[in-house]
Design a protein around this ligand. Structure first.
Ligand SMILES: Nc1ncnc2c1ncn2[C@@H]1O[C@H](COP(=O)(O)OP(=O)(O)O)[C@@H](O)[C@H]1O
Ligand SMILES: [Mg+2]
Length: 339
Protein backbone atom coordinates (compact mmCIF):
# COMPACT_ATOMS: atom_id res chain seq x y z
CA UNK A 1 0.00 0.00 0.00
CA UNK A 2 1.14 3.55 -0.64
CA UNK A 3 2.21 5.24 2.57
CA UNK A 4 1.31 8.71 1.51
CA UNK A 5 -1.77 10.62 0.46
CA UNK A 6 0.41 13.23 -1.14
CA UNK A 7 -1.11 13.71 -4.60
CA UNK A 8 1.41 14.48 -7.35
CA UNK A 9 -0.67 14.18 -10.47
CA UNK A 10 -4.40 14.77 -10.85
CA UNK A 11 -6.11 13.77 -14.06
CA UNK A 12 -9.48 15.51 -14.12
CA UNK A 13 -12.21 14.77 -16.64
CA UNK A 14 -9.66 14.10 -19.37
CA UNK A 15 -11.04 13.92 -22.91
CA UNK A 16 -8.77 13.09 -25.82
CA UNK A 17 -9.50 12.06 -29.37
CA UNK A 18 -7.89 11.00 -32.63
CA UNK A 19 -8.87 12.15 -36.07
CA UNK A 20 -9.27 9.14 -38.34
CA UNK A 21 -10.61 8.73 -41.89
CA UNK A 22 -13.72 7.13 -40.37
CA UNK A 23 -14.39 9.97 -37.95
CA UNK A 24 -13.41 11.21 -34.52
CA UNK A 25 -12.19 8.43 -32.19
CA UNK A 26 -13.11 9.28 -28.61
CA UNK A 27 -10.11 7.50 -27.11
CA UNK A 28 -10.33 9.06 -23.63
CA UNK A 29 -13.75 10.16 -22.46
CA UNK A 30 -13.88 11.99 -19.12
CA UNK A 31 -11.33 10.00 -17.19
CA UNK A 32 -10.27 11.12 -13.71
CA UNK A 33 -7.76 9.73 -11.27
CA UNK A 34 -5.03 10.80 -8.87
CA UNK A 35 -1.48 9.57 -8.57
CA UNK A 36 0.13 9.76 -5.13
CA UNK A 37 3.75 9.92 -4.10
CA UNK A 38 5.49 6.55 -4.14
CA UNK A 39 2.56 4.51 -5.37
CA UNK A 40 2.07 2.30 -8.40
CA UNK A 41 -1.24 2.87 -10.13
CA UNK A 42 -2.23 0.40 -12.80
CA UNK A 43 -4.33 1.36 -15.83
CA UNK A 44 -5.95 -1.84 -17.05
CA UNK A 45 -8.41 -2.91 -19.70
CA UNK A 46 -8.62 -4.79 -22.97
CA UNK A 47 -6.70 -3.60 -25.98
CA UNK A 48 -8.22 -0.52 -27.58
CA UNK A 49 -9.84 0.90 -24.46
CA UNK A 50 -7.75 4.09 -24.30
CA UNK A 51 -4.92 3.22 -21.92
CA UNK A 52 -2.09 4.36 -24.20
CA UNK A 53 -4.07 7.45 -25.22
CA UNK A 54 -4.39 8.34 -21.53
CA UNK A 55 -0.64 7.90 -20.96
CA UNK A 56 0.21 9.90 -24.08
CA UNK A 57 -2.18 12.65 -23.03
CA UNK A 58 -0.52 13.13 -19.65
CA UNK A 59 2.65 14.23 -21.43
CA UNK A 60 0.70 15.78 -24.31
CA UNK A 61 2.52 13.44 -26.69
CA UNK A 62 -0.84 12.54 -28.24
CA UNK A 63 -0.83 15.96 -29.89
CA UNK A 64 1.96 14.88 -32.24
CA UNK A 65 0.10 11.71 -33.25
CA UNK A 66 -3.01 13.09 -34.96
CA UNK A 67 -4.58 13.30 -31.56
CA UNK A 68 -5.86 16.18 -29.48
CA UNK A 69 -6.88 16.81 -25.92
CA UNK A 70 -10.32 18.39 -25.93
CA UNK A 71 -11.20 18.62 -22.27
CA UNK A 72 -10.17 18.26 -18.67
CA UNK A 73 -7.08 19.10 -16.68
CA UNK A 74 -3.81 17.36 -15.92
CA UNK A 75 -2.51 18.91 -12.74
CA UNK A 76 1.11 18.22 -11.86
CA UNK A 77 1.72 19.65 -8.41
CA UNK A 78 -1.33 21.77 -9.06
CA UNK A 79 -0.09 23.17 -12.41
CA UNK A 80 -2.13 22.27 -15.46
CA UNK A 81 0.16 20.59 -18.00
CA UNK A 82 -2.44 21.40 -20.66
CA UNK A 83 -1.84 25.11 -20.15
CA UNK A 84 1.93 24.94 -19.79
CA UNK A 85 4.24 26.63 -22.30
CA UNK A 86 6.11 24.26 -24.60
CA UNK A 87 9.38 25.32 -22.96
CA UNK A 88 8.17 24.31 -19.50
CA UNK A 89 6.56 21.16 -20.83
CA UNK A 90 9.90 20.11 -22.33
CA UNK A 91 11.46 20.36 -18.87
CA UNK A 92 8.72 18.20 -17.40
CA UNK A 93 9.04 15.55 -20.11
CA UNK A 94 11.97 13.33 -19.48
CA UNK A 95 13.19 14.90 -16.28
CA UNK A 96 10.02 14.99 -14.12
CA UNK A 97 7.62 12.65 -15.89
CA UNK A 98 9.10 9.92 -18.08
CA UNK A 99 7.37 7.38 -20.26
CA UNK A 100 8.40 4.00 -21.58
CA UNK A 101 6.64 2.24 -24.40
CA UNK A 102 5.61 -1.26 -25.34
CA UNK A 103 8.03 -1.57 -28.23
CA UNK A 104 11.66 -0.87 -27.28
CA UNK A 105 12.70 -1.56 -30.88
CA UNK A 106 11.21 1.56 -32.35
CA UNK A 107 12.11 3.84 -29.44
CA UNK A 108 15.90 3.53 -29.64
CA UNK A 109 18.04 5.27 -32.22
CA UNK A 110 19.79 2.51 -34.23
CA UNK A 111 22.84 4.62 -35.12
CA UNK A 112 23.71 5.84 -31.62
CA UNK A 113 25.58 3.88 -28.97
CA UNK A 114 23.37 2.74 -26.13
CA UNK A 115 25.45 4.55 -23.52
CA UNK A 116 25.17 7.85 -25.39
CA UNK A 117 21.39 7.46 -25.56
CA UNK A 118 21.23 7.02 -21.79
CA UNK A 119 23.69 9.85 -21.17
CA UNK A 120 21.98 12.38 -23.47
CA UNK A 121 19.01 13.27 -21.22
CA UNK A 122 21.37 13.37 -18.22
CA UNK A 123 23.51 16.04 -19.88
CA UNK A 124 20.45 17.88 -21.16
CA UNK A 125 18.33 17.93 -18.01
CA UNK A 126 20.79 17.47 -15.17
CA UNK A 127 23.57 19.58 -16.64
CA UNK A 128 26.24 16.92 -16.11
CA UNK A 129 29.38 16.89 -18.26
CA UNK A 130 30.17 14.03 -20.63
CA UNK A 131 32.31 12.08 -18.16
CA UNK A 132 29.87 12.28 -15.24
CA UNK A 133 26.92 11.49 -17.52
CA UNK A 134 28.73 8.37 -18.73
CA UNK A 135 29.39 7.31 -15.15
CA UNK A 136 25.72 7.77 -14.34
CA UNK A 137 24.72 5.83 -17.48
CA UNK A 138 26.92 2.97 -16.30
CA UNK A 139 25.34 3.04 -12.87
CA UNK A 140 21.85 2.98 -14.42
CA UNK A 141 22.77 0.04 -16.66
CA UNK A 142 23.82 -1.86 -13.54
CA UNK A 143 20.62 -0.84 -11.75
CA UNK A 144 18.42 -2.31 -14.50
CA UNK A 145 20.48 -5.50 -14.60
CA UNK A 146 22.38 -5.21 -17.88
CA UNK A 147 25.37 -7.57 -17.60
CA UNK A 148 28.88 -6.35 -18.44
CA UNK A 149 27.80 -2.69 -18.57
CA UNK A 150 31.40 -1.46 -19.06
CA UNK A 151 31.50 -3.26 -22.38
CA UNK A 152 27.88 -2.88 -23.39
CA UNK A 153 27.80 0.88 -22.88
CA UNK A 154 29.62 1.29 -26.20
CA UNK A 155 27.45 -1.13 -28.14
CA UNK A 156 24.60 -0.33 -30.52
CA UNK A 157 20.91 -1.25 -30.05
CA UNK A 158 21.05 -4.09 -32.63
CA UNK A 159 23.54 -5.87 -30.36
CA UNK A 160 20.89 -6.02 -27.61
CA UNK A 161 18.05 -8.55 -27.27
CA UNK A 162 14.46 -7.34 -26.87
CA UNK A 163 14.59 -7.71 -23.10
CA UNK A 164 17.92 -5.88 -22.89
CA UNK A 165 16.62 -3.08 -25.14
CA UNK A 166 13.67 -2.64 -22.79
CA UNK A 167 16.14 -2.39 -19.89
CA UNK A 168 17.93 0.36 -21.81
CA UNK A 169 14.60 2.17 -22.27
CA UNK A 170 13.96 1.90 -18.54
CA UNK A 171 17.46 3.22 -17.83
CA UNK A 172 16.78 6.21 -20.11
CA UNK A 173 13.45 6.83 -18.37
CA UNK A 174 15.09 6.63 -14.94
CA UNK A 175 18.12 8.68 -15.95
CA UNK A 176 16.97 12.00 -14.50
CA UNK A 177 15.26 10.56 -11.42
CA UNK A 178 11.75 11.34 -12.61
CA UNK A 179 9.04 11.83 -10.04
CA UNK A 180 6.55 10.00 -12.26
CA UNK A 181 7.18 7.05 -14.55
CA UNK A 182 4.53 6.03 -17.07
CA UNK A 183 5.20 2.48 -18.27
CA UNK A 184 3.01 1.48 -21.20
CA UNK A 185 2.85 -2.33 -21.44
CA UNK A 186 6.62 -2.55 -20.93
CA UNK A 187 6.66 -6.36 -21.04
CA UNK A 188 4.12 -7.12 -23.76
CA UNK A 189 6.64 -7.45 -26.60
CA UNK A 190 9.01 -9.64 -24.56
CA UNK A 191 9.56 -13.37 -24.02
CA UNK A 192 8.49 -14.95 -20.72
CA UNK A 193 11.92 -14.79 -19.05
CA UNK A 194 12.59 -11.15 -19.98
CA UNK A 195 9.06 -10.31 -18.91
CA UNK A 196 9.65 -11.76 -15.43
CA UNK A 197 12.95 -9.92 -15.12
CA UNK A 198 11.47 -6.58 -16.18
CA UNK A 199 8.61 -7.08 -13.70
CA UNK A 200 11.27 -7.56 -11.01
CA UNK A 201 12.66 -4.12 -11.83
CA UNK A 202 9.19 -2.62 -11.39
CA UNK A 203 8.64 -4.49 -8.13
CA UNK A 204 11.94 -3.13 -6.91
CA UNK A 205 11.07 0.44 -7.95
CA UNK A 206 7.75 0.09 -6.17
CA UNK A 207 9.36 -1.19 -2.97
CA UNK A 208 11.84 1.69 -3.00
CA UNK A 209 8.95 4.13 -3.25
CA UNK A 210 11.36 6.40 -5.05
CA UNK A 211 8.85 7.40 -7.66
CA UNK A 212 5.20 7.22 -8.58
CA UNK A 213 4.44 4.79 -11.36
CA UNK A 214 1.55 4.52 -13.78
CA UNK A 215 1.75 0.94 -14.98
CA UNK A 216 -0.34 0.33 -18.10
CA UNK A 217 -1.27 -3.26 -18.91
CA UNK A 218 -4.03 -5.39 -20.39
CA UNK A 219 -2.98 -8.22 -18.07
CA UNK A 220 -4.82 -8.34 -14.74
CA UNK A 221 -2.35 -11.02 -13.66
CA UNK A 222 0.46 -8.45 -13.63
CA UNK A 223 -1.56 -5.99 -11.59
CA UNK A 224 -2.03 -7.98 -8.41
CA UNK A 225 1.54 -7.91 -7.17
CA UNK A 226 2.69 -4.73 -8.92
CA UNK A 227 0.11 -2.08 -8.17
CA UNK A 228 -1.29 -0.34 -5.12
CA UNK A 229 -4.34 0.98 -6.93
CA UNK A 230 -6.13 0.20 -10.19
CA UNK A 231 -8.04 2.21 -12.74
CA UNK A 232 -10.05 -0.12 -14.99
CA UNK A 233 -10.84 1.42 -18.37
CA UNK A 234 -13.44 0.29 -20.86
CA UNK A 235 -14.11 1.86 -24.24
CA UNK A 236 -12.22 5.06 -23.42
CA UNK A 237 -13.99 5.52 -20.10
CA UNK A 238 -13.26 4.73 -16.50
CA UNK A 239 -15.25 1.67 -15.42
CA UNK A 240 -13.91 1.23 -11.91
CA UNK A 241 -11.13 2.52 -9.67
CA UNK A 242 -9.94 1.48 -6.25
CA UNK A 243 -7.19 -0.20 -4.30
CA UNK A 244 -5.92 -3.51 -5.65
CA UNK A 245 -7.22 -5.19 -2.50
CA UNK A 246 -10.72 -3.76 -2.89
CA UNK A 247 -10.99 -4.30 -6.62
CA UNK A 248 -9.73 -7.89 -6.56
CA UNK A 249 -11.74 -8.72 -3.46
CA UNK A 250 -14.99 -6.98 -4.28
CA UNK A 251 -15.03 -5.94 -7.94
CA UNK A 252 -17.98 -3.62 -8.53
CA UNK A 253 -18.22 -3.11 -12.26
CA UNK A 254 -19.44 -6.12 -14.25
CA UNK A 255 -16.57 -5.50 -16.68
CA UNK A 256 -14.01 -5.87 -13.88
CA UNK A 257 -15.80 -9.01 -12.70
CA UNK A 258 -15.45 -10.35 -16.24
CA UNK A 259 -11.75 -9.44 -16.44
CA UNK A 260 -11.07 -11.20 -13.15
CA UNK A 261 -12.91 -14.33 -14.28
CA UNK A 262 -10.52 -14.37 -17.24
CA UNK A 263 -7.64 -14.82 -14.81
CA UNK A 264 -6.63 -18.43 -14.40
CA UNK A 265 -7.05 -19.43 -10.77
CA UNK A 266 -3.76 -20.33 -9.14
CA UNK A 267 -5.38 -21.49 -5.93
CA UNK A 268 -5.99 -25.08 -6.92
CA UNK A 269 -7.48 -27.39 -9.47
CA UNK A 270 -10.29 -25.04 -10.51
CA UNK A 271 -8.40 -23.29 -13.24
CA UNK A 272 -11.09 -21.50 -15.20
CA UNK A 273 -10.87 -19.16 -18.10
CA UNK A 274 -14.14 -17.44 -18.90
CA UNK A 275 -13.70 -14.78 -21.55
CA UNK A 276 -16.15 -11.88 -21.58
CA UNK A 277 -18.58 -12.45 -24.43
CA UNK A 278 -18.80 -9.77 -27.10
CA UNK A 279 -16.32 -7.22 -28.40
CA UNK A 280 -15.19 -3.76 -27.41
CA UNK A 281 -17.35 -0.89 -28.63
CA UNK A 282 -16.42 1.43 -31.48
CA UNK A 283 -15.06 4.69 -30.11
CA UNK A 284 -16.29 6.62 -33.15
CA UNK A 285 -19.41 8.56 -32.17
CA UNK A 286 -20.28 6.29 -29.23
CA UNK A 287 -23.82 6.65 -27.86
CA UNK A 288 -24.20 8.47 -24.56
CA UNK A 289 -25.19 5.40 -22.57
CA UNK A 290 -23.31 2.72 -20.67
CA UNK A 291 -20.83 1.48 -23.28
CA UNK A 292 -20.59 -1.93 -21.59
CA UNK A 293 -24.34 -2.59 -21.81
CA UNK A 294 -24.24 -4.94 -24.85
CA UNK A 295 -21.89 -7.28 -22.95
CA UNK A 296 -23.28 -6.84 -19.46
CA UNK A 297 -25.04 -9.76 -17.73
CA UNK A 298 -26.84 -7.28 -15.42
CA UNK A 299 -27.99 -4.81 -18.09
CA UNK A 300 -31.09 -2.73 -17.21
CA UNK A 301 -33.23 -0.45 -19.36
CA UNK A 302 -31.55 2.72 -18.13
CA UNK A 303 -28.10 1.36 -19.05
CA UNK A 304 -29.10 1.52 -22.73
CA UNK A 305 -30.38 5.06 -22.37
CA UNK A 306 -28.09 7.03 -20.08
CA UNK A 307 -24.38 7.10 -19.32
CA UNK A 308 -23.85 6.17 -15.67
CA UNK A 309 -21.97 8.56 -13.42
CA UNK A 310 -19.30 7.18 -11.10
CA UNK A 311 -20.75 6.01 -7.81
CA UNK A 312 -18.53 5.92 -4.78
CA UNK A 313 -19.20 2.46 -3.40
CA UNK A 314 -16.63 2.65 -0.57
CA UNK A 315 -13.97 5.17 0.41
CA UNK A 316 -11.53 5.32 -2.50
CA UNK A 317 -13.55 2.86 -4.58
CA UNK A 318 -15.83 3.95 -7.43
CA UNK A 319 -17.67 2.34 -10.30
CA UNK A 320 -19.49 3.80 -13.31
CA UNK A 321 -22.47 1.47 -13.07
CA UNK A 322 -26.19 1.86 -12.31
CA UNK A 323 -26.07 -1.15 -9.99
CA UNK A 324 -24.80 1.30 -7.35
CA UNK A 325 -27.31 4.16 -7.47
CA UNK A 326 -27.72 3.97 -3.69
CA UNK A 327 -24.18 5.35 -3.29
CA UNK A 328 -23.12 9.01 -3.67
CA UNK A 329 -21.95 10.22 -7.06
CA UNK A 330 -18.21 10.82 -7.17
CA UNK A 331 -17.18 14.20 -8.47
CA UNK A 332 -13.46 14.55 -9.16
CA UNK A 333 -11.66 16.85 -6.80
CA UNK A 334 -14.67 17.24 -4.51
CA UNK A 335 -13.65 14.55 -2.04
CA UNK A 336 -10.19 15.07 -0.62
CA UNK A 337 -7.98 12.03 -0.76
CA UNK A 338 -10.41 9.96 -2.79
CA UNK A 339 -9.16 8.97 -6.17
N1 LIG B 1 -3.07 7.27 -34.18
C1 LIG B 1 -4.35 6.88 -34.06
N2 LIG B 1 -5.29 7.32 -34.94
C2 LIG B 1 -6.60 6.97 -34.82
N3 LIG B 1 -7.07 6.18 -33.84
C3 LIG B 1 -6.19 5.69 -32.94
C4 LIG B 1 -4.79 6.01 -33.00
N4 LIG B 1 -4.16 5.39 -31.97
C5 LIG B 1 -5.13 4.72 -31.30
N5 LIG B 1 -6.34 4.90 -31.87
C6 LIG B 1 -7.64 4.37 -31.40
O1 LIG B 1 -7.89 4.96 -30.13
C7 LIG B 1 -8.54 4.03 -29.29
C8 LIG B 1 -7.73 3.88 -28.00
O2 LIG B 1 -6.49 3.31 -28.34
P1 LIG B 1 -5.33 3.06 -27.29
O3 LIG B 1 -5.25 4.19 -26.36
O4 LIG B 1 -4.12 2.72 -28.07
O5 LIG B 1 -5.86 1.76 -26.52
P2 LIG B 1 -5.09 0.76 -25.56
O6 LIG B 1 -3.78 1.35 -25.22
O7 LIG B 1 -5.99 0.60 -24.38
O8 LIG B 1 -4.96 -0.52 -26.33
C9 LIG B 1 -8.67 2.75 -30.08
O9 LIG B 1 -9.97 2.74 -30.65
C10 LIG B 1 -7.62 2.90 -31.16
O10 LIG B 1 -7.99 2.20 -32.33
MG1 LIG C 1 -1.87 0.54 -25.62
Amino acid sequence: MAQSNDVILEVRGLKAQYRSPRGIVKAVDQVSFDLRRGETLSLVGESGCGKTATGLSILRLIEGLRGEIVGGQILYHGNDLLKMSSEKLRQVRGSKIAMIFQDPQSSLNPVLKVGDQIAEPIMLHMGLGKKDARARALELMKQVGIPFPERRIDEYPHQFSGGMKQRVMIAIALSCNPEVLIADEPTTALDVTSKAQIMDIFRHLKENKSMSIIFITHDMGLVADTADRIVVMYGGRLAEAGTVLHVFDTPQHPYTMGLLKCLPSISGSQTRLVPIAGTIPSLIDPPDNCNFNPRCPYVMKMCREVRPPEYQTAPGHRAACFLYTQFPVHSPGAVAGVA
